[in-house]
Ligand binder design. Structure first.
Ligand code: S3P
Length: 163
């Protein structure tokens, strides 16, 4: 069974995914890294600026389809993976979905000064995106973990008890 992390940008999907993969001795697969590798671009930002968000989402769908065939991996997804339900359907074929739930205020603190995320340039736009997506994260989650005040180790322990 795979363990799939979903959640907004800055919710800790990569760092918690990495720590959990290490603990379980599972492979860590990151959808952003896989999309980037197949894009021929140097960064996610460059994919957005040169190819457009739609192309990025198409690549995400192709990657989600492939990941649906994986076994025993920890999968950390990009924050927008859930906007195309087909991605969630592919990923759920082989795994359990964990939503890392972090408040917008906490995310704003964590992403202050970040220049790598094309969809977190303007705070108000990002907040609208957050409010829209939160319903989807909740709907698709098998397990939800509130992460605001917890350390990576505490979050991992909660996850290990729940899975
Ligand atoms: C995105 C989140 C990013 C990355 C891309 C789009 C989004 O991943 O996939 O910039 O739509 O929320 P992280 O959630 O790892 O920042």
């Amino acid at each position: 069974m795979n363990i799939i992390f979903i959640g907004f940008m800055g919710s800790g999907k990569s760092s918690i995914g990495e720590a959990l993969a290490k603990k379980l001795k599972h492979n860590l697969l990151e959808t952003d890294a896989l999309v980037l590798a197949q894009s021929g671009r140097n960064s996610i930002k460059e994919i957005f600026s040169r190819d457009g968000e739609l192309r990025f989402r198409e690549m995400e769908i192709a990657i989600a389809k492939k990941l649906g065939e994986e076994k025993n991996a920890v999968i950390s997804t990009g924050g927008g993976m859930i906007i195309n339900k087909i991605c969630v359907d592919y990923l759920k074929q082989s795994g359990i979905v964990i939503y890392l739930c972090t408040s917008f205020e906490e995310i704003t603190k964590r992403l202050e000064g970040d220049k790598t995320r094309p969809l977190f340039k303007d705070r108000l736009d990002a907040k609208k995106l957050f409010q829209f997506r939160i319903k989807l994260y909740r709907e698709y989650a098998d397990i939800t973990v509130k992460t605001n005040t917890l350390s990576v180790d505490e979050i991992i322990n909660i996850i290990l008890k729940k899975i």
